[in-house]
Design a protein around this ligand. Structure first.
Ligand code: SF4
Length: 453
C-alpha cells in the first residue's frame, strides 16, 4: 500500500487501515515507512497488522508520503530482517521499498553482486533491487531504477519512496495486481481494490503491466518501462482462484464473480448425486455458490470458520498447518448429519487440510463426502510470488483423483479442468497457469532458495 498526499497528514495511520484491508495477502509480518522532516522513518514487526502497527493509531506522524507492506514469504524465511519495507541509505539517497512478487533470476544476480563484494542484510530477493540501484552509475534515482528494472525478471510490483515521491512499478507481464485511486488531496496505490474502496477512493484503475507511476503530492506522471519488445500479459490466475479478496476487482474482473463461474463450470461437468453443497470458508464460498446454482443442489453452511485464525495455506510450517485446521474450521452438525455432502474448496495442495476436513464432516455424521476443487490439480511450483510447495509435496503429482479420494477418505474427488478454468476468464491468453500446466511464461533461471527441487 502506498499513499501520497498534497499536505501533511497522519500517513502511518492511513497505511494501517490500508494494510488491514490487505491482511489476507500476508500475515507473517507488517511494516511501514514514511517521509518525515527530510528523512524516511520506518517500523517493521512480525505478526499481523492489528498487533504489529497499532501504536500508529494513537500517535501523530505528519507526513506526505509513505508505503506499507504485509508479508508472506515465498523466498527468504519468516524473520524480522526479511520484513518490509526495506529502507536503505545509499549513493542515491534514502530509499524505502516494498515488493509483491518474486524475482525469478535473483539467485544469479545476487551471486554476482556478492562475488563483487555486496553484503546482503536479508535472505529475501527484494533487497536485490536496492543493491542494483545503489551501484548504478545513472545520475538520477529514476534513471537508476529504470536501468535496474531492465535486468530483473519475474513478478514484481514495487512501491518505493525516494525524495518525498512515491514510485510504483508493475512488471511487464503483470503477474500480480496493482491498482491506483484518488481521494481528496491524496493518491492511493494498493495490491487490491478492496484497500482503495475502504478509503472510498475514486478513479480506480490498474497500473498497467510495464508501467511506472511517480506521484508527488497528487501530481501523477506515468511512463512505460523501456523494453525491447512488449511481453505478453501473464496475470496470475491463482489470484482469482484463491489469493485475492472476493470483493476486490483484479485484472478488471470481479474476484467473486470469477470464482462463482468456476463453481458453475465444476458443477456442469459433474454427475454426482448429493443432498447439500457446502463451502470450505472463506475461499471456497463463491465457488460453492456457483456450484449450487448450476447443480440445483441447495447450499448449506456446513463449516464455520473462526475468523481470528490465519489462512492455513500461507502459514509457513507443516506443524502450524496441522494444528491450524481444527482451530479454524468447525462443522455444523445439524446441517450435515445423515447428508450426502459436496464440499467445495478452491484448491488441493498437499491433501493434509482436505483429509482433516473430510474427517470433521464424517465425525459430524455426513453420509457421503465428495470433495470438489474449483481449480485443476496443482502440479508445479510457482516462481512468481505464491508459495506453492515442491513437486514432491503436491499430492496431485502422486495420485489421480481416485487415489486422492482414497488417501483423504472422501467418497470422490473432482477438479475443475484447465480448459474449463480458462473458460472462466475472457482472455485466457493473458493468464499464467504454470502451477497447473507447467507452462512458465518467464523462464525460471533459478529455483528460489530453500526449495527442495
Ligand atoms: Fe500464479 Fe500459478 Fe502462475 Fe504462480 S505459477 S503466478 S501461482 S498461476
Amino acid at each position: 500500500m502506498g499513499i501520497s498526499s498534497d499536505r501533511e497528514v497522519n500517513i502511518p495511520e492511513l497505511l494501517f487501515y490500508g494494510l488491514f484491508s490487505l491482511q489476507h495477502r500476508g500475515q507473517e509480518s507488517a511494516g511501514l515507512a514514511y517521509h518525515r522532516q527530510g528523512r524516511i522513518k520506518s517500523y517493521r514487526s512480525v505478526g499481523m497488522v492489528a498487533n504489529a502497527l497499532s501504536h500508529y493509531l494513537s500517535d501523530e506522524h505528519p507526513s506526505r508520503v509513505g508505503i506499507g507492506h504485509v508479508r508472506y514469504s515465498t523466498q527468504g524465511t519468516n524473520k524480522l530482517e526479511n520484513a518490509q519495507p526495506i529502507v536503505v541509505s545509499c549513493s542515491k539517497g534514502e530509499i524505502a521499498l516494498a515488493h509483491n512478487g518474486n524475482i525469478s533470476n535473483s539467485t544469479e544476480l545476487q551471486k554476482k553482486l556478492v562475488d563483487e563484494g555486496s553484503i546482503f542484510q536479508s535472505t529475501s530477493d527484494t533487497e536485490l533491487l536496492l543493491h542494483l540501484v545503489a551501484r548504478s552509475r545513472q545520475p538520477t534515482f529514476r534513471e537508476a531504477l529504470i536501468e535496474c528494472l531492465g535486468v530483473i525478471e519475474g513478478a514484481y510490483c514495487f512501491l518505493l519512496v525516494h525524495d518525498e515521491k512515491l514510485y510504483a512499478v508493475r512488471d511487464p507481464h503483470g503477474f500480480r495486481p496493482l491498482v491506483m485511486g484518488t481521494r481528496e488531496g491524496q493518491v492511493l496505490i494498493a495490491s487490491e481494490t478492496c484497500a482503495l474502496e475502504m478509503f472510498e477512493a475514486r478513479d480506480i484503475r490498474e497500473i498497467e503491466p510495464g508501467e511506472m507511476v511517480i506521484v508527488q503530492g497528487t501530481r501523477v506522471t506515468s511512463e512505460r518501462l523501456p523494453l525491447p519488445s512488449p511481453p505478453h500479459k501473464a496475470h496470475c490466475i491463482f489470484e482469482l482462484i484463491y489469493f485475492a479478496r472476493p470483493d476486490s476487482t483484479v485484472y478488471a474482473r470481479s474476484v467473486h464473480m470469477a470464482r462463482k463461474k468456476m463453481g458453475e463450470m465444476l458443477a456442469r461437468a459433474d454427475r454426482v448425486k448429493a443432498d447439500i453443497v457446502i463451502a470450505v470458508p472463506d475461499s471456497g464460498n463463491s465457488a460453492a455458490l456457483g456450484y449450487s446454482a448450476a447443480s440445483g443442489i441447495p447450499l448449506e453452511q456446513g463449516l464455520t470458520r473462526n475468523h481470528y485464525m490465519g489462512r492455513t495455506f500461507i502459514q509457513p510450517t507443516a506443524a502450524m498447518r496441522e494444528s491450524g485446521v481444527r482451530m479454524k474450521l468447525h462443522p455444523v452438525r445439524e446441517a450435515i448429519a445423515g447428508k450426502r455432502v459436496i464440499v467445495v474448496d478452491d484448491s488441493l495442495v498437499r491433501g493434509t487440510t482436505s483429509r482433516q476436513i473430510v474427517r470433521l464432516l464424517r465425525e459430524a455424521g455426513a453420509r457421503e463426502v465428495h470433495l470438489r476443487l474449483s481449480s485443476p490439480p496443482l502440479r508445479d511450483p510457482c516462481y512468481y510470488g505464491i508459495d506453492i510447495p515442491t513437486r514432491e509435496e503436491l499430492i496431485s503429482n502422486h495420485l489421480d483423483p481416485v487415489g486422492i479420494a482414497k488417501e483423504i477418505d472422501a467418497d470422490s474427488v473432482r477438479f475443475l479442468s484447465l480448459d474449463d478454468l480458462l473458460r472462466c476468464v475472457e482472455t485466457p491468453e493473458h493468464f499464467c497457469h504454470a502451477c497447473f500446466s507447467g507452462r512458465y511464461p518467464v523462464a525460471v533461471r533459478d529455483a528460489p532458495a530453500g526449495r527442495k527441487e
